[in-house]
Design a protein around this ligand. Sequence first.
Ligand SMILES: C[S@@+](CC[C@H](N)C(=O)[O-])C[C@H]1O[C@@H](n2cnc3c(N)ncnc32)[C@H](O)[C@@H]1O
Length: 365
Amino acid sequence: MEFNYEGKESKDSILKRAHAHRRIEVDPGNSLLIKGDNFDVLSSMLESGYSEKIDLIYIDPPFNTKQSYTVGESRVSTISRGPKSHIAYSDHMSTQDYLEFMRERFVILRELLSKQGSIYVHIDNKMGHYLKIILDEVFGIKNFKNDITRIKSNPKNFTRKAFGNQKDMILFYSKDFNKNIFNNVSSHLDEADVARMFKKIDKDGRRYNTVPVHAPGETANGSTGGLWRDMMPPEGRHWRTDPVELEKLDKKGLIEWSKNGVPRIKKYADEHTGKKLQDIWNYIDPAYPLYPTEKNLEMLKMIILQSSNKNSTVLDCFAGSGSTLFAASTLGRTWIGIDQSDYSIKVIKNRFKGVQYDYLEYKLH
Ligand SMILES: C[S@@+](CC[C@H](N)C(=O)[O-])C[C@H]1O[C@@H](n2cnc3c(N)ncnc32)[C@H](O)[C@@H]1O
């Protein structure tokens, strides 16, 4: 399946243009901030030993909003606040040009991504569905992982004839569906979760719930399909664990027997390892950002913990205020940030005062 639009360049031609870029002299072990257009910088990275070296890419590109994002004396805004405001970045392109702009960058980003790598593309609901099709094409629909709904703000009281918009989307792909780093980060249960999920309280005051001793599916030849206490598992089901283990659980008081003699396994709230994260995230952006459209730092930390390791390199080529880079640095990852805006570079440099990293201004020739 392919998404066609006017002005679409072939992948080979994009890569040929990319490979015509020069090398840049950098130490791949160091974190790096580069000022320049990201197509050129990413292309030069391909020529400079970064091919298949990046474990995690998070990008939050312009959303093709047809707006200019300005910075006033003390606050950031999406509209000019007068003569003292100046533009942090502009976001004006035709839809076709925008899609091609993104696609040519995706093509190179895929080359930079390691075999265990992942890319997260943060986008809004107007452009996101077009980009999904382009990402399916570039990264392969088989490598699509999640379309994450991100709650970005508190409810708003629009006057428009539509529902309020509280969400945007993050499209998550791996280079190879079975090989991506995924550290199973989980979220803690809060008090309300514990009260809702663990309604029973034992004699020591500990909250618990119970689950059946059997689970769906029959075991053909194993012990989980055999006798336990003269009982067979119900039809179409198997014992959740080996009968020997069930016996041990019972001895420890971890099996609860109903009045009718039905056993269930006890699960304690204080032994719960946390909730698996789902594809709806609640991470509201800062109310007083350093930079227009600055993203939530805790969300970026979670993505980095989930999809990179300590020795990984994390890339954000639409760096803005450097939130991704800052999160990566806090978590001890090597990072690479690219942005073409003077204001972005200024904000990032301020954020990284006292931190060791290399800086270069990219010139085409
Ligand atoms: C939405 S902002 C990123 C905000 C960032 N995620 C944060 O939390 O602060 C998008 C950024 O992409 C940068 N940008 C847009 N086009 C670019 C290009 N061709 N090369 C490099 N940077 C670009 C803009 O200057 C802007 O800083």
